[in-house]
Design a binder for this molecule. Structure first.
Ligand SMILES: Nc1ncnc2c1ncn2[C@@H]1O[C@H](COP(=O)(O)OP(=O)(O)OP(=O)(O)O)[C@@H](O)[C@H]1O
Ligand SMILES: [Mg+2]
Length: 357
């Protein structure tokens, strides 16, 4: 590679790093930030260019610029571990490496590399959570499978018996057996979940959302408003349209049930860059938020809602979210939830390009 090649490729190489890389001039003003840096501080390069280091890092003790000056003065790399950075509302724990750049014939500069510590923690928690939810679903599917066959036999036998019975009154009993078997059959089918292979195709996610919106709007009381805030620039998602409708429908239907007679549900789409889902880093991800202003998830239920058969509703089966999480996982994505009374958000992350690591 010639020197010219390196310089043209450099910003792209830096954008592919998982660690944030920032470059400051000697007055501690930002001259470069890579993609991971923009993600970490949730800013765009344009917003923060030429900003002072202390304002970007949001460190309370304001020692960061003194550290820069020390590194430049001593000509030595400085490492700071387990620092709390970012705005107080969204703090992150990170290790900082401060490298003085003292090239001949060039302006002095400071290169800062940031390795987010709590991200590793988040990834392993996410993996563990998905593995547990998956294990619970497998258990349930096994159970449903065991019930399915004898249930077919019971219903069939009741039907045969009914034909033989002449007494109308006795036929009522066989009818009860058949009706209850049918009810159990549909529960068992839901417990087994969708098991057809994914039929992947390029999908317009807004068409999926509009379909869900129509379906829920018809079922919900007139004073339940479903509003939209879509980013029209979102490219096509590779996915199975029917299954995505089913997954999102389960979430929006929950929101409608939560708000009751009157309330507001908001469907929002946004593009996010460099999002890690499990161990996979995705360059582009669409984030779909389903927000509602209902009473929020019942205290004590929050950590369990994605497990099968967990419900807070008298007539709920507790399968909706578990199925939704499985379907979104099959698309390489993830569903997260945060909830306080009056504000519940389910966020669905879907990778726009499958097959990145
Ligand atoms: N938007 C929401 N607001 C408040 N609570 C919610 C919300 N979404 C889900 N929940 C809680 O999570 C529980 C689990 O939801 P899930 O969809 O898995 O099952 P369900 O709605 O009870 O039954 P099913 O969907 O199988 O008919 C719900 O019973 C409810 O208590
Ligand atoms: Mg539900």
């Amino acid at each position: 590679m010639t020197p010219t090649d390196t310089s043209t490729h450099l910003p792209r190489i830096l954008d592919h790093l998982t660690d944030a890389v920032l470059l400051f001039d000697r007055a501690c003003r930002l001259v470069f930030i890579n993609l991971a840096g923009e993600m970490l501080f949730a800013v765009s390069a344009r917003q923060v260019m030429a900003m002072r280091a202390r304002d970007i890092f949001g460190l309370s003790d304001r020692t960061i610029e003194t550290d820069f000056k020390r590194a430049l003065h001593d000509g030595e790399t400085l490492t700071k571990r387990n620092l709390t950075l970012g705005p107080p509302s969204l703090p992150i724990t990170a290790n900082l490496t401060i490298v003085p750049i003292l090239e001949k014939d060039q302006e002095e500069a400071v290169l800062v590399q940031i390795e987010q510590v709590d991200r590793h923690l988040r990834i392993s928690m996410e993996e563990q959570m998905l593995a547990q939810q998956n294990a619970a679903r497998m258990l349930l599917r096994g159970l449903a499978h065991e019930i399915k066959n004898p249930l077919g036999g019971i219903r069939g036998a009741a039907q045969l018996l009914q034909r033989e019975l002449i007494d109308e009154e006795l036929r009522e009993y066989t009818q009860i057996i058949m009706d209850e078997s049918d009810r159990l059959q549909s529960l068992v089918d839901r417990m087994l979940g969708p098991n057809k292979p994914l039929a992947m195709a390029p999908i317009n996610i807004h068409k999926v959302l509009e379909r869900v919106r129509q379906l829920v709007q018809v079922e919900a009381p007139a004073d339940v408003l479903i509003e939209r805030d879509y980013d029209p620039s979102i490219p096509l998602v590779n996915g199975d349209g029917d299954l995505l409708i089913q997954a999102i429908l389960n979430i929006v239907r929950n929101a409608a049930q939560a708000v009751g007679e009157r309330g507001r549900i908001l469907l929002r789409t946004r593009i996010h860059r460099q999002v890690t889902i499990g161990h996979r880093r995705n360059r582009l991800v669409v984030k779909i938020d389903v927000e509602d202003n209902g009473p929020g998830i019942q205290p004590g239920l929050m950590s369990q809602i994605f497990y099968p058969m967990v419900t807070g509703r008298a007539d709920g089966t507790g399968l909706g979210l578990s199925i939704a999480q499985t379907l979104i996982n099959q698309h390489g994505g993830l569903i997260e939830c945060s909830s306080v009374p009056g504000h519940t958000v389910f966020s669905i992350f879907l990778p726009l390009e499958m097959g990145h690591d």
